[in-house]
Design a protein around this ligand. Sequence first.
Ligand code: TXA
Ligand code: MG
Length: 329
Amino acid sequence: MQTDICEITQSSLEQAKEIILRGGAVAFPTETVYGLGADARSDAAVENIYAVKGRPQDNPLIVHVHRDYDLSELVYDDCSYAKALREAFLPGPLTLVYRSRMRVSSKVSCGLDTLAVRIPSHPGAQAFLRYVDLPIAAPSANVSKHVSPVTAQHVYADLNGKIPLILDGGESSGGIESTVCDVTGDFPVILRQGLITQEMIAGVAGKCGVYVPKAGEQVRSPGMKYKHYSPRCETCIVNSIDEAKERLDGYRRRGLRCCVLCESAIATQFSSVPVLDLGETPEEMAARLYSLLREGERIADAMVAIRPNRTDGVMAGVMNRLNKACAGE
Ligand code: TXA
Ligand code: MG
């Protein structure tokens, strides 16, 4: 199959709609990462997404809709704090997990009685979702377990030959996946950290929990149990410059090409290896992380990441991705 990369125009939107109506998959930009979208109502279209990505069959998908879509068609939309969260943050990088009305394929939620819904703000995502005017099931548009894509070229590198069309909306500005927040209980509970933080949600809803799976417990967000976001080079994560230098020596003794991933403040401490500079602010680090992980696997056999010295803002989300990328299973 030939994979076209097209800017978002009337004609590429028509092509996208045609592919979606045939049960195919189209990659599209969002403000977080690129998604791989298909008709959420169709079992076959949803199965195709799992097959294209090589995604485990028990990791549910998020349904994406445009900003004027009537959510009550898909979910029980009777929770007052969920309405407040929607007004405050949507369209934007927040996914809400509701009780489902079971109007989409059961394969979207892998048999769960909930449905994750997201209204992305990226103008290209809105144009695509409005044009098809259907609920679109979409995971991130990478091969399962690899680093999520933030450019059309990243999607192409992973899925070339497996999908017909990538809508190119430039680089995703947010850089890490949406916050996933369960709104089925008395108060919101974050299942996956992201650009909308616990403090921001608590500021609107009065209270916000963060779900931490207990050992042996069935996880509420099944994606959490899988290896994720991993570059295809050896990786480790350390706390200090000295520790990083030790690791680099070890890798070098094994004849591996190395690189370092760290925040700007310490980037000048390494002269003999390429340094991938995450930036200074949490937002910068989120925006750069996935491009740098892909750059690392391109230029090196082994990457040493140094934990940034910040804990504010979206750092919880950034550290969640960085730890998973480096720690593996
Ligand atoms: O920013 C994003 O959310 C991107 C863009 C494309 O929208 N999408 C994305 O999808 O990251 P994916 O499939 O890579 O991650 C979806 C996450 C998984 O951790 C999954 O377990 C969780 O959402 N999820 C989906 N449906 C759920 C449900 N009904 N209950 C609990 N967790 C759910
Ligand atoms: Mg993903």
